[in-house]
Write a protein that binds this ligand. Structure first.
Ligand SMILES: [Zn+2]
Length: 179
């Protein structure tokens, strides 16, 4: 796995599955595997399928969707997302049972907040949204704290800083909506 093989996978969709299979996940025992998902879901780059099996957290599968390859310009940016964000979610879920991010939910909340139409009616949902956004704050903060070691690009660092700020604001607004 090197920069060239990543750039090849960016250019050629047929190389993406094998590129993702070559990612070393040995240090992440709670991750079963990472795989390419051809169908784009929302604005995600990749996501971890956390969940339970017979009451215990089961091993997660990290799905990488096409947007990851179009938006993440360098291998360090890509690995930062896999290791410092998705694996972080999985590790947190397994160790604390927190941070189970429902796909689509956090996008929905950001949309509501941007439209100014977040209602207090759906309190349970709001609490779930807040937990989900808090998990994102922790994951983006973790990504940023490892940014220099990982060698991510300055442009990508800025994107992460913006996302961290958005989720912090979302948590603040949701807090306000609950109490
Ligand atoms: Zn996340």
């Amino acid at each position: 796995m090197d920069e060239k093989s990543y750039q090849d996978a960016r250019q050629n969709e047929r190389k993406r599955a094998s590129f993702i299979e070559s990612i070393n996940l040995k240090e992440h025992p709670y991750v079963k595997r990472a795989e390419y998902e051809k169908i784009q879901q929302g604005e995600e780059w990749m996501f971890a399928s956390c969940g339970y099996l017979f009451g215990k957290p089961r091993k997660a599968i990290i799905k990488v969707v096409p947007l990851a390859f179009s938006k993440l310009e360098t291998l360090p940016d890509f690995l930062s997302c896999i290791y410092d964000h998705e694996c972080f979610h999985v590790r947190e879920f397994h160790s604390t049972r927190k941070g189970y991010v429902q796909v689509g939910l956090k996008e929905l909340v950001l949309h509501f907040l941007s439209e100014g139409i977040l209602q207090t009616k759906t309190l349970v949902r709001t609490k779930l949204m807040k937990e989900s956004c808090e998990a994102e704050v922790r994951a983006y903060a973790n990504q940023l704290s490892n940014a220099n070691d990982r060698g991510i690009s300055p442009a990508f660092k800025e994107i992460l800083e913006n996302r961290l700020e958005s989720y912090k604001n979302a948590v603040g607004s949701l807090q306000h909506a609950i109490f």
